[in-house]
Write a protein that binds this ligand. Structure first.
Ligand SMILES: Nc1ncnc2c1ncn2[C@@H]1O[C@H](COP(=O)(O)OP(=O)(O)OP(=O)(O)O)[C@@H](O)[C@H]1O
Ligand SMILES: [Mg+2]
Length: 506
């Protein structure tokens, strides 16, 4: 390791109205080193990165690049200094093609304007480099969140930066794409790139990082060598307590079937003839690779997209393709793309929390709810879910990523739904909060609700679900009992579309 850092941040302080996001934080980034930033939701990780890639101006402190003090006022300035970032907030232009997004600001020009053949070829090269199987001519809006993230990675990698910031870049990626990214990180290290890595999946930190800076409440707690610390020690530093049993799986008695899905298909054939049953108190996991239709299945069950087939709740058949019907009937829903379909970003925390009640008309209709004001309900949600916000009137867009996710979960659980469809429920949530969310899910199940948990986090599915269905090319291809199967069994079914045959099994 070279002894001189590429980047030195000293005494960085950043205040927002009502919050001090960072207080006198230092960070050194060395060539060829992957440096993790870890801490709870809202501890200041993204803000520290933003100060480095020109999205936020620190109130105090200095940033030195290669020994020269620099003011980095805009992302463009950061790019010119060799600093690029892949962030929690997707920064692509949806209406533009993949090529235009990858080469933004760098489109090759010929004699008659932009040389599109060359542009597409360059974009293709960048996509191939990161192993992304995406048509470079498609508008970005047509891609899933996971594929959009791959486009961002291709863009960052092709801009040949010396400092690369990955702020939860893996959160929407499949296992396979995450592995490819890890490979890419390894390659960039050998080219002496300095990397900042943020992820709430500790496994990833322990796989690819050498150093870690721990933040708590905007303050630097410690800087550690990753190979000299255990997972539980690191968690202890992050949340100030140990998390013994993350899932805390309880034995909850499972009752009658309350919810049935029969021959559900979507017009685009992403979901084909899916049937499933959910019982009271049951947590049903659904696993699948990206692009296998699990997201569409969740949306179709809730009514967020058109579908054919039957969805029956407590013996009553529900009309399909209308999310209001789902809500009114008591189906709760947490979408996978909180930015696009989960939250009204510019509106307040209070408004977002009461959204489901408003849409379903419950706020005015049900006696229980009518007696409480919208404010009291929202305040209760914020407290129960420990959503970190300076006030209920704070716009959701200014919350940290994990706190936005907690807002959606709080809204869903507070409705006391009979059945909930949770997609990637703990994406972007810190370990401490994860164990709380798992607790809430089990409280709901214990109260008799049924939970459909669609997740790409296999340990989470195995740790929590009573039963796991695996989807392949739009169909259910296998059912597993988490007490007796492992990650490999599920991964195998998800990749091959059939259950693994164990030869000479004991
Ligand atoms: N633009 C903003 N306006 C007001 N407050 C903000 C703004 N950006 C961040 N904050 C606040 O600063 C604090 C730190 O947020 P930050 O996004 O850096 O957290 P984080 O560590 O990245 O969390 P997460 O793990 O949830 O992504 C939070 O309390 C957040 O609400
Ligand atoms: Mg963040």
């Amino acid at each position: 390791m070279a002894d001189r850092p590429i980047v030195s941040m000293r005494g960085i302080t950043k205040r927002f109205p009502g919050v001090t996001a960072l207080q006198k934080v230092d960070l050194d980034l060395y060539p060829g080193q992957v440096h993790a930033l870890v801490g709870e939701n809202g501890s200041g990780k993204s803000t520290l990165c933003k100060c480095l890639y020109g999205m936020a101006a620190p109130d105090e402190g200095s940033i030195t690049i290669d020994g020269t003090p620099r003011e980095i006022r805009t992302p463009n300035r950061a790019l010119r200094l060799g600093i690029s970032a892949i962030t929690q907030e997707l920064t692509l232009a949806p209406a533009l093609s993949v090529t235009e997004n990858i080469l933004m600001g760098r489109l090759p020009r010929g004699r008659f304007g932009i040389d599109w053949n060359k542009a597409h070829a360059l974009a293709r090269e960048a996509l191939d480099q990161v192993g992304a199987n995406i048509d470079e001519r498609t508008p970005v809006a047509n891609l899933s969140v996971a594929l959009q993230q791959e486009v961002e990675i291709a863009r960052a990698v092709s801009s040949r930066s010396r400092v690369l910031i990955l702020d939860e870049a893996t959160s929407a990626l499949s296992e396979e794409a995450t592995e490819r990214l890890m490979g890419k990180i390894h390659q960039l290290r050998s080219q002496s790139v300095a990397i900042v890595f943020i992820s709430h999946r500790l496994k990833e930190i322990f796989t690819c990082c050498q150093r870690a800076t721990v933040l708590r409440d905007g303050q630097l707690v410690d800087v550690v060598d990753v190979d000299k610390i255990s997972e539980s020690e690191l968690v202890g530093k992050m949340v100030g307590r140990t998390v013994e049993d993350l899932y805390g799986k309880r034995s909850i008695s499972i009752g009658e079937t309350i919810f049935t899905v029969r021959n559900l298909s979507t017009p685009d054939a992403r979901v084909r003839n899916v049937s499933l049953e959910l019982r009271s108190g049951e947590i049903l996991g659904i696993a699948a690779l990206v692009g296998s239709g699990k997201v569409q299945l969740g949306k179709a069950i809730f009514g967020a997209i058109p579908a054919t087939g039957e969805v029956i709740l407590d013996g009553k058949s529900l009309a399909l393709g209308d999310p209001r019907i789902g809500l009114l009937a008591g189906i709760g829903y947490v979408p996978d793309d909180r930015k696009r379909s989960g939250l009204l970003l510019t509106r307040s925390v209070r408004h977002n929390l009461s959204l489901s009640w408003m849409i379903s008309g419950l706020l005015s209709r049900l006696g229980v709810v009518r007696t409480k004001s919208e404010t009291a309900l929202a305040a209760d949600c914020v407290k129960r879910f420990a959503v970190r916000t300076p006030s209920l009137n704070h716009p959701v867009v200014h919350l940290s990523g994990g706190n936005q996710q907690k807002t959606i979960l709080a809204r869903c659980f507070a409705m006391n739904p009979r059945v909930v469809v949770l997609m990637e429920p703990t994406r972007g949530i810190d370990v401490g909060a994860k164990s709380e969310v798992y607790g809430f899910m089990q409280d709901m199940a214990a109260a008799g609700a049924g939970i459909v948990m669609i997740s790409s986090d296999l340990p989470e599915l195995l740790g929590l679900a009573d039963r796991i269905l695996v989807m392949y090319q739009g169909r259910i291809c296998g059912e597993f009992d988490p007490r007796v199967c492992g990650e490999e069994d599920i991964a195998h079914a998800a990749c091959m579309g059939k259950e693994r045959i164990v030869e000479g099994g004991s």
